[in-house]
Design a protein around this ligand. Sequence first.
Ligand code: 13P
Ligand code: 13P
Ligand code: MG
Ligand code: MG
Ligand code: MG
Ligand code: MG
Length: 373
Amino acid sequence: MTTLSIIKADTGGFVGHCEVHPDMLVAATTAVETAIAQGLLIDGKVSRCGDDISLIMTHDHGPDAEPVHTFAWETFLRTTEIAKQLGLYGAGQDLLSDAFSGNLRGMGPGYAELEFTERASEPVICFLADKTEPGAWNLPLYKMFADPFNTAGLVIDEKMHDGFRFEVYDLYEEKRITFDTPRDSYDLLMFIGAPARYVVHSVESIKLGVPAAATSTQRLSLIAGRYVGKDDPVMIVRCQSGLPAVGEVLEPFSFPYAVAGCMRGSHHAPIMPVGLAQATPARFDGPPRVVALGFQITGGKLIGPRDMFADPSFDRARSQANEAMDYFRGHGPFEPHRLPLSELEYTTMSALEAKMADRWEPMPPVPATRAPV
Ligand code: 13P
Ligand code: 13P
Ligand code: MG
Ligand code: MG
Ligand code: MG
Ligand code: MG
């Protein structure tokens, strides 16, 4: 069995929350090369989207493995040091605790991990996003694995026709449930249409019984109990041979759907699929970005990445995203651009409520009804 792990963290932004400084990428790459040489990892690549560094790693330790999580944590401490030396913004932003004890759960960094038996050819797409949250994967995952208008294979590939099993987490109550599509499609949509709370954690093929997709499902705001930014998410999707084809996996991103995140983690804005060179959210700290890194995995080796959205077939999604951004920005501080009060990550509301407490008064009484003329 091979395990593919993407572990990511924002350990400092260059400039503001825009990008990762090249020196940090060099340090992370050196760390990964050392871990390969020492036999901890089979292979590994370092990438980034916006101000978040991703360590994309193959190994045989399985998910939630202490040595792999420890390696990632130590690498992020190293990139934090560089961010501090360079005075970068929010150095160590996503490292929420000084007391790491072997597993990253609740520590701040996000991770998606998938353990599988390698097929003769193993095409995988690693999605990295910035300025949004894990629920942002709900819509594209539904389209890839449950919508025949997106994925032709659901109808015409005998291995896909039985559908897919979605595992959904309730981030508020820390519980999980599974739905089998197409049978439970409408039930599934009722939940994952509320992506701030219900997040697809994994997907597997019903017919083949193999894992197909995994997402990072941490929410920093709930973990930390204070604003530290939406947890910019990552996702792994395996493709082909009874799973959606690469083009079916990329297709949902041809529509720049609205996600929560953007400025101060507190606004709805369109998600823009981009190549790595454009994964630098700028306007209003957005629009939120997603990159798709394609790999062929063979003997655990990561052949790639191919920068899948660096392609003219996504030009229209990008220009539509810019138009949608104008539309949302036109609302300024009004919903639905600004998130509802319960979802805001920055809020002056409680202070305002206290300050205004003695200025509120009851509404005027309803006037007595006049006798009909
Ligand atoms: P596979 O069934 O081999 O995955 O081929 C499907 C395909 O690539 C069509 O786009
Ligand atoms: P990041 O989570 O990408 O650091 O963004 C934080 C923010 O507030 C952007 O405006
Ligand atoms: Mg940041
Ligand atoms: Mg970020
Ligand atoms: Mg963010
Ligand atoms: Mg973040």
